[in-house]
Structure formats: structure tokens, C-alpha cells
Ligand binder design. Structure first.
Ligand code: CA
Length: 223
């Protein structure tokens, strides 16, 4: 899942971004509203963590413009002020939820997950495909009840595929949702990751969970 953090306080933005990365998300940062709109135009984010008070274009206006253009991206608004007016304005502009600063990192993660569930095709915390179970809270993967240890990136790939169960996901789409802007990757790298995931799942599981659909991408089927 790919997240854009929009926050002008640089240390805070970087702390949020590194925390999210450790939790398996791919993260980009925008330091003002104008940059946020540009980046949201180019990249297909799954969620925006959007500060209310921003240089150039404020968070409420960023939110309004995105929704006016028809963007369905999940938006979690950050506000330093705790007045009801700010929260109402944020939600009225199209944000899915808000978080008052200072916030506990664990609470932020929980809200991020909640907004992603609302957005995603799969609303469950635990996603299953037959005997394959992906727990998006604990970042753990189980096959037939046995835990399979994946790297953060491998987990990100598997989570994205399983969230889009029964739909073929192209390598480009995986690049877009599982890596950030800094990634300078070739699709060959994805093949390597997919092979590693398959190898690890195969140590416990009995079937091929990730199908390769030639010329189109990868597919996890429902059962
Ligand atoms: Ca700010």
C-alpha cells in the first residue's frame, strides 16, 4: 500500500514516513499542498496523510480539489488544532477521518488501516485465499496455520495481490503501489521478489498461490 505524507514540519514528516515504512507501507513525502497535488496527480496513492496547515495550499483545499476531480483516495487529515470547527471543515472537504496532533503512533497506524479498509476491495483485517492467511495488522502470513516469514517488501507485494484477489495485477501496478518515488526499479526485480515469496510459501503450502498470467501480471485466486 502506498501512502503520501503531506506535512511541512520536516522532522515530523520524516518520523511519520519512517514509521510507516517500518510497518510495510511505501511512503513519499510532500512538504506543501502544491507538491501534494502534483504528486497525487502522477502517482496512484492508496492513502494521503494530510496536514491541515500547509504552505502554498492548505490541507482542506488540497482535499477539496482532489475530491472535485473525482479522486477516491483515502484521506486521513492531521490537525494541530482541536477545535470542532477544524474537524468538521476537514470532514466536509472530503477527508475520511482526522487525527489531532500530537498523536500516538499506534493510533495513527490504526486509523491508517481503518481508512485503507474502507477504501479497499477487501475490508477485512485478515485476508484469506484458501489456506493462505494474511494478517494486515500484525504483518504476518500463515499457510495452513503455520507462519511464513517474509521481508517487509515481500509482505507488501503479497498483501497487495491478496487485497485484489481474483484480479490480475500487472507488474507496473505493483511497482506503483508497493514501491515509493525513490525506487528506480525494473520489473525484473519484481520477478525476483515474487519467486522468493513463492519459494517461502512452498516450504509450507502445497499449491501455487501466485499464478503468472503471461504478458499481464500476477493473480491470486479466491479458493
Ligand atoms: Ca503544518
Amino acid at each position: 500500500m502506498r501512502i503520501l505524507v503531506v506535512e511541512d514540519e520536516m522532522p515530523l514528516a520524516q518520523a511519520i514516513a519512517s514509521g510507516l515504512s517500518r510497518s510495510g507501507y511505501s511512503v513519499d513525502i510532500a512538504y506543501d499542498g502544491e507538491a501534494a497535488l502534483e504528486m497525487a496527480e502522477i502517482n496512484d496513492y492508496d492513502l494521503l496523510l494530510l496536514d491541515l496547515n500547509l504552505p502554498k495550499i492548505d490541507g482542506v483545499e488540497v482535499c477539496r480539489r482532489l475530491r472535485t476531480k473525482g479522486s477516491q483516495v483515502g484521506i486521513l487529515m492531521l490537525t494541530a488544532r482541536s477545535s470542532h470547527d477544524d474537524r468538521i471543515t476537514g470532514l466536509d472537504s472530503g477527508a475520511d477521518d482526522y487525527l489531532v496532533k500530537p498523536f500516538h503512533f499506534g493510533e495513527m497506524l490504526a486509523r491508517v488501516r481503518a481508512v485503507l479498509r474502507r477504501e479497499g476491495e477487501t475490508r477485512n483485517v485478515i485476508i484469506r485465499s484458501g489456506d493462505l492467511v494474511v494478517d494486515t495488522n500484525s504483518l504476518k502470513v500463515f499457510v495452513s496455520g503455520k507462519e511464513v516469514s517474509l521481508t517487509t517488501k515481500e509482505f507488501g507485494i503479497l498483501e497487495y495481490l491478496v487485497r485484489n484477489v481474483s484480479r490480475v495485477v500487472s507488474q507496473e501496478e505493483l511497482l506503483e503501489h508497493v514501491w515509493n518515488e525513490d525506487a528506480n526499479l525494473f520489473t525484473q526485480a519484481i520477478k525476483v521478489h515474487i519467486n522468493n515469496i513463492r519459494r517461502k510459501l512452498a516450504t509450507v503450502g502445497e499449491k501455487e498461490y501466485i499464478e503468472t498470467i503471461k504478458g499481464r501480471g500476477y493473480l491470486i485466486t479466491e479458493a
